[in-house]
Design a protein around this ligand. Structure first.
Ligand code: BF8
Ligand code: SF4
Length: 626
C-alpha cells in the first residue's frame, strides 16, 4: 500500500501534486523507494564490497557468516573504504563543477567566450592577489587569465597546499598539518582516495578515514570554493534580493521554462535569452503573456541568489513540477537530476533538454552547451520552448507562491553588519544570539519531505540561534516562510531584536551546495576576528535530509574544519563500531569536532543547542543548561 501524500511531504504543493500524479498514474521517487523496500541490509550498514572481481563480498553483521572478504578485508576496512569512496565521489562532483567555471574564466580571458564577462572586477582583483597574481596597473582580462591558470594548477599537485585553505584560522591549519590532512591538490586527494581504496592498498581504517577528511577539505577549501568564487567573478557576488518560492511560481498564462542542476554557466545564458525583447515578443505572438523562468535545486539557487529568479522547488519536487502540466521546457545540466525525468515528461508536454557533455539522461534531447555556443543555443532553446506553449493540455498550479529573500553572500552579510563581523560577534557575546547553525543539504524520500529542515530551523531560531542555509534546505526554509523580514516573529527575543535592527530575516539564504564554502569563510572570519579556532566558536552544521555523496563530502569538510555536524539519515557505517565511534566521538580529540546522527529534528535541535552552550561556556560567555 502506498503511503499517503501527507506522510510523504509537509508541503502543500507537494501533497496536492502527489495526489494529482497518482490520478495520472505517474510514478514518483516515493513509489520507487517503496518498490525497493526493504533495501539491502548489508549495503545499509556499509558491509558489502564490490571493489574487485574476487568479490562481491559481504560481512555478516551477526557474526555467524563470513567476517572477511575474499581478500581478507574485515568490516572496519570495508566500511571505511566505502565511506572514503563516497567522499571521493562527492568531492569530485563539486570540484569538476569548479573546474568547468575556471575553464570559462580562462576562455573569457582568451576572448573565446564573448557572451560571458567579468561581472565582479573587485572580487577578481581580490582573489587574484590571494593567488599571488600581480594586479596593479594590469588589464582585467590579463589578470583573469593568470588567475584561471593559477587555479587550474591547484587541481593538480604542483603547489604545496591549496591557496584558499590559508583563509582558515592559523590554529586550524596547524591541526591539519599536525594530523597530516592539509589539502594538497584538488584532484590529487580524490585520486589518492581511489588509489587507497583499490584492493591491497590502504587497509588501515583510521588512515582511510583521515584521508577522507583531507579529501573533503580539498573540496571545501578547494574545488567548491573555487566554484563559488569564480561564479561570483563571472556572474556577480550575490546581494539580498527578494524572490518567490514553491510551485506557485509557475504561471498559467506564460511560457514556463525551468532550469535544473548546478552550473550557472548554462542557467545564466538561459536567463538572458528569456529576458530578451525578441523572445518576449515571440512569446506574446504565441498567445502567452511572457516568459517565466524558474529554477529547481542548486542552479535555481544560483539564479535566485544573484537575480531573484523564482524557485519552483527542491530535490523531491523535481518530478512534481512536471506534473503541473505547465512546464514547456526543463533544461538540465548535472547532479541531482533524476534519470526518471525523461520518461516522465512525455506524460505531459514538457520538453526535456540535457546540456552537459558529461551528463546524459534517457528520454532527454541532448543539446550541448559550450562557452562559445551558449548564448546562441540558449536563444534557440527558449524559442523552441515558446513554440511548445500551444501543446499544453490542462494545467494544475494549486498554490500561491511565498515571498522570500536570498543573496546573503559573506560580502552581503558583512555589508549588512556595517562592514565588519563585529556586531555579530557582539550579539553572540551578549547572548542575544546564542550561536549560528548551517542547515544544509538535500531531500531524501526516507525522511518526510522538508520536515527535517523546517522543524530543526524553527526550533533553532526560536531559541535565538541564527540559521544560515544552502541547497535544498534553503529552499525548504524559504517555502516555510522563514526568509522575509517579518519572519522574525518566529525567532526568540534576542535574535528578533538583532535581526529586526538589521532588517534581515532570522534565516539567511547563502546559496547553492558549493556555496557551503561561504559558511566556511564566514566561520573563519568570526574565528579570525576573535583569534580563536573555528572549533572554539558556538557554531554547528546540520544535514537533516541528506542523500547525496556530495553531502557526505560537505559534512566531512565541515567537521574537518572544526564544525560539529549533525546528520539526519544514518550513513552506511553501522557495520563497523570502530568507524562509528571515531566519527562520532574519537575525532574530537584529533580535530576538535565530530559528527552526530539524529533522524528526529526535535532531538537534533537539542543536541545542537547543547553543543552551542558548551562552546559558549568554554569561551567564558553566558551559557544555558539544556
Ligand atoms: O547540490 S542539496 S539534493 S540539489 S546535493 Fe542535490 Fe542535495 Fe539538493 Fe544541489 Ni546539494
Ligand atoms: Fe571482496 Fe576484498 Fe574484492 Fe572487496 S576488495 S570485493 S572484500 S575481495
Amino acid at each position: 500500500m502506498k503511503t499517503k501524500a501527507e506522510e510523504r511531504t509537509i508541503t502543500k504543493d507537494g501533497q496536492l501534486l502527489l495526489k494529482k500524479m497518482e490520478q495520472d498514474q505517474v510514478e514518483t521517487v516515493w513509489d520507487r523507494l517503496e518498490a525497493q523496500s526493504p533495501q539491502c541490509g548489508y549495503c545499509e550498514m556499509g558491509l558489502s564490497c564490490r571493489v574487485c572481481a574476487m568479490g562481491p563480498c559481504r560481512i555478516d553483521p551477526f557474526g555467524e557468516g563470513p567476517q572477511r572478504g575474499v581478500c581478507g578485508a574485515d568490516a572496519d576496512i570495508i566500511v571505511a573504504r566505502n565511506l572514503g569512496r563516497m567522499i571521493a565521489a562527492g568531492a569530485a562532483a563539486h570540484s569538476d563543477h569548479g573546474r568547468d567555471l575556471v575553464e570559462v574564466l580562462a576562455e573569457v580571458a582568451a576572448g573565446k567566450a564573448p557572451e560571458y564577462s567579468i561581472t565582479d572586477e573587485e572580487k577578481l582583483r581580490r582573489i587574484a592577489r590571494e593567488y599571488g597574481v600581480e594586479t596593479e596597473g594590469r588589464e582585467v582580462l590579463e589578470i583573469a587569465g593568470e588567475l584561471a591558470a593559477a587555479m587550474q594548477e591547484e587541481f593538480g599537485t604542483r603547489k604545496g597546499f591549496l591557496t584558499m585553505a590559508n583563509r582558515a584560522p592559523a590554529k586550524r591549519r596547524e591541526i591539519w598539518q599536525k594530523v597530516g590532512i592539509a589539502p594538497r591538490g584538488v584532484d590529487r586527494e580524490t585520486s589518492e582516495m581511489m588509489h587507497r581504496t583499490h584492493m591491497g592498498v590502504d587497509n588501515g581504517w583510521q588512515s582511510l578515514l583521515l584521508h577522507g577528511l583531507r579529501n573533503a577539505l580539498s573540496d571545501g577549501w578547494g574545488g567548491s570554493m573555487i566554484a563559488t568564487e569564480v561564479s561570483d567573478i563571472l556572474f556577480g557576488t550575490p546581494a539580498p534580493t527578494p524572490n518567490m518560492v514553491n510551485i506557485g511560481v509557475l504561471k498559467e498564462d506564460e511560457v514556463n521554462i525551468v532550469v535544473h542542476g548546478h552550473n550557472p554557466v548554462v542557467s545564466e545564458m538561459i536567463m538572458r535569452a528569456c529576458e530578451s525583447a525578441e523572445m518576449v515578443e515571440l512569446a506574446r505572438k504565441k498567445g502567452a503573456k511572457g516568459i517565466n523562468l524558474t529554477g529547481l535545486c542548486c542552479t535555481g539557487n544560483e539564479l535566485l541568489m544573484r537575480h531573484g529568479i523564482p524557485m519552483a522547488g527542491n530535490h523531491l519536487m523535481t518530478e512534481l513540477v512536471i506534473g503541473t502540466g505547465a512546464v514547456e521546457m526543463m533544461i538540465v545540466d548535472y547532479q541531482c537530476i533524476m534519470p526518471s525525468l525523461g520518461a516522465l515528461a512525455p506524460c505531459y508536454h514538457t520538453r526535456m533538454i540535457s546540456t552537459s557533455d558529461k551528463a546524459r539522461f534517457p528520454g532527454m534531447e541532448h543539446r550541448e552547451f559550450h562557452p562559445d555556443n551558449a548564448a546562441e543555443l540558449a536563444r534557440t532553446l527558449v524559442r523552441e520552448a515558446i513554440e511548445n506553449f500551444d501543446q499544453r493540455g490542462e494545467t494544475y498550479i494549486p498554490v500561491e507562491a511565498v515571498p522570500s529573500v536570498g543573496g546573503f553572500s559573506v560580502e552581503a552579510i558583512i555589508g549588512a553588519l556595517g562592514g565588519t563581523p563585529q556586531p555579530l560577534i557582539d550579539a553572540i557575546t551578549a547572548g542575544k544570539i546564542r550561536g549560528a547553525v548551517g542547515v544544509v543539504g538535500c531531500n531524501n524520500p526516507k525522511i518526510k519531505h522538508d520536515y527535517g529542515h523546517v522543524t530543526l530551523t524553527k526550533r533553532l531560531i526560536e531559541n535565538d540561534c541564527l540559521v544560515v542555509d544552502t541547497g535544498c534546505a534553503a529552499i525548504a526554509n524559504a517555502k516555510a516562510g522563514f526568509k522575509v523580514a517579518e519572519a522574525i516573529k518566529y525567532a526568540g527575543p534576542g535574535l528578533q531584536e538583532v535581526c529586526g535592527a538589521l532588517g534581515i530575516p532570522p534565516v539567511l539564504h547563502m546559496g547553492s551546495c558549493v556555496d557551503n564554502v561561504r559558511i566556511l569563510v564566514l566561520a573563519a572570519a568570526l574565528a579570525n576576528a576573535l583569534q580563536v579556532d573555528i572549533s572554539d566558536l558556538p557554531l554547528a552544521g546540520a544535514a537533516p535530509e541528506w542523500y547525496s555523496e556530495k553531502a557526505v563530502s560537505i559534512g566531512s569538510y565541515f567537521v574537518a574544519s572544526g564544525v560539529y555536524t549533525v546528520l539526519g539519515p544514518m550513513p552506511p557505517i553501522t557495520g563497523s563500531m570502530n568507524v562509528v565511534n571515531l566519527l562520532t566521538s574519537g575525532l574530537n580529540d584529533v580535530i576538535g569536532a565530530s559528527f552526530a546522527v539524529e533522524a528526529d529534528p526535535e532531538k537534533a535541535a537539542v543536541l545542537i543547542r547543547r553543543h552551542i552552550e558548551a562552546k559558549r561556556k568554554a569561551l567564558g560567555l553566558s551559557a544555558l543548561d539544556i
